[in-house]
Design a protein around this ligand. Sequence first.
Ligand code: ARG
Length: 459
Amino acid sequence: MADMMWAGRFSKKIDDTVNAFNSSIAFDGRMYRHDIQGSIAHATMLGDCGIITKEDSLQIIDGLKDILSDIDSGRLELDPSAEDIHMFIEAELTKRLGDVGKRLHTSRSRNDQVAVDIRLYLRDEIQEIYDLVKKLAVALVNMAEQHTETIMPGYTHLQRAQPVTFAHHLMAYVFMFLRDLERLQDVSKRMNYCPLGSGALAGTTYRTNRKQTAELLGFTAPMANSLDGVSDRDFCVELNCALSLIMTHLSRFSEEIIMWCSWEFKFIELDDAFATGSSIMPQKKNPDITELIRGKTGRVNGDLITLLSMLKGLPLAYNKDMQEDKEAIFDAVDNVKLCVKTFIPMISTMKVLKENMRNAAARGFINATDCADYLVKKGMPFRDAYKITGTLVAQCIEKGLTLETLPLDDYKAMTELFDDDVYQAINLETCVCERKSEGGPSPDAVKVQIDIAKKSLDI
Ligand code: ARG
């Protein structure tokens, strides 16, 4: 049975099952570095403010640094029966330093300790995710540059709609990921306030210096209210929202890749290193990575619901329910990193089957709007032009023709405004090149988009 630090008030030791149930070290152990970082800042401040002696402060800091390097090197293993990482490190410090170690927790609570640890931990994770998403956006911009003239059908309702280019399609995702980057920065900014010094909930009677600890830990400022300091987990929710959106974007992209590598589309071919086979069907090459990403999106969204549901009924300030925050947000963070890390090389190595994209674009009357626009440019009101083109499409379907192969006589039978130049106007290359409007698919318009993205990515 574990000997708890808070044992004084109790006449019995904690039941083993309860201890195992209560303990969070299995999942908060990963914050050991940040816990020590927070404790070093706290000990420094205690020494500087004369709350403990300078000597004790320095000894505590050295002791904490030793513990850090011992955990890093594997010399010190986390004790799975400890209540949490905070208790484990404090107990270890006291084991090593005796009474001096016991002074570290002066004017501090685990409530502000855990609040600061999660923020420090997530700050590092956000940076890592930011770098990964940025890398993904850069990879997509590089791909887009190769495909400004690769014509493919654009879809609405998954029906062929109007011609776009593969670059145009890729750039749509780039702008989603750019927003994701902005969101991560935004979360970081709001999260970067320091709860340390809030104490258990009601601050402290010691003359502490919260500005100093905030500064030492790289926070913008101390949190303004101690009750909020220990009970706020908005940043976990906000981060999980940002992560859910990253996953949503990856998942929509994944869904497209799954379709694109089916025989029905065959717009792309995944590299063999990024696909899997079947245990029974020898011909299969499956896009498992993208399916897993699509699947994991549900799980990351689940983490968000876990956090929101956990928080919604909690009275101020700290409640043990909040211990449930970590598994949720850590799961979201871990899975987003895994997904982006796998997605980048998968997408960068896939083969783009331009011919198939072009052939798909040639079927499905995706130049019908252009045919109507041709008449509009010759003076016809759009609604009339729309109707005539619809009739022509119906004729083509009946005759097994396309707008490109429909004889001029059939065009002229509808209106004398049609001339030989209609074939040039409905040519797919023309249809794409003429879509020069800002944000559109013409090669020039997409180059502008690429420039905007490059500027924002600093490349
Ligand atoms: N393991 C706890 C958590 O993750 C640390 C804070 C414990 N505070 C307390 N008053 N029991 O939330």
